[in-house]
Ligand binder design. Structure first.
Ligand code: PGA
Length: 231
């Protein structure tokens, strides 16, 4: 790899996969990895499975732990306590989770997550030394203090097969960096595939990508990793 900036590749499995399917994915990813010559030093691969898979995956990825880091897709806005159904930052930290995705547009739309809830989630995340990755939908999305990684995903590009152009994304990333979050990292998500991932990562103001649909199959996800590693 000639590009010296660290590139982030985030896999968001959303509400998909059983333990057996996750096992199969990791096995295939491991096989692809051992057959390849990829240098992983400048890549940060973040796997965000559903909560139910975090514990089994912690065990499954022990031999890939220098390559794959675990991220949660969400987090409780509260500490441990009487909050039925919630998974706290403390619990996630204990499982070896490094990142927490917060404010993905599906959370905002289907679960009516407000700015206040998102702020609380960021606080909980930071209190336990987890790294928040904030989903932002446009240049106007508020960015609470302490956030250093943004996942820019225009809603119409998610799952539509029609990504935003890399040039337009680069421009938005530049504005986001200037306006809100100097020195922050910006990832792009929305219909990322193995064909377009490297093009996004080549943009000056982008620091990586997030893949939903294309991360479900380990071979297509590995293709993304391979193509990005060759930038
Ligand atoms: P997609 O999803 O890659 O399936 O478009 C991206 C996301 O929502 O993170």
């Amino acid at each position: 790899m000639t590009n010296m900036k660290k590139l982030f590749i985030l896999a968001n499995w959303k509400s998909n996969k059983t333990v057996t399917e996750a096992e199969e994915w990791i096995k295939e990813f491991g096989e692809s990895r051992s057959q390849s010559q990829i240098a992983f030093e400048n890549l940060e691969i973040i796997l965000c499975p559903p909560f139910t898979l975090l514990y089994p995956l912690k065990t499954m990825i022990y031999y890939l732990s220098s390559i794959i880091k675990l991220g949660a897709q969400d987090i409780s806005p509260f500490p441990n306590g009487a909050y039925t159904g919630e998974v706290s930052a403390c619990m996630l930290k204990d499982l070896g989770v490094k990142y927490a995705l917060i404010g993905h547009s599906e959370r905002r739309n289907y679960f009516q997550e407000s700015g206040k809830i998102i702020e609380n989630k960021i606080k909980e995340t930071l209190n336990f030394g987890l790294i928040p990755i904030l989903g932002v939908q446009d240049k106007a999305t508020p960015v609470p203090e302490g956030v250093k990684i943004l996942l820019y995903e225009p809603a119409r590009a998610i799952g539509s097969g029609v990504p935003e152009s890399p040039e337009k994304v680069n421009e938005t990333a530049r504005t986001l960096k200037e306006n809100f979050t100097k020195g922050s990292l910006i990832l792009y998500g929305g219909s990322v595939t193995s064909q377009n991932a490297a093009n996004f990562c080549r943009q000056q103001n982008l620091d990586g990508i997030g893949a939903g649909g294309a991360s479900l199959d380990s071979k297509s996800f590995f293709e993304i990793v391979k193509n990005v590693s060759q930038i």
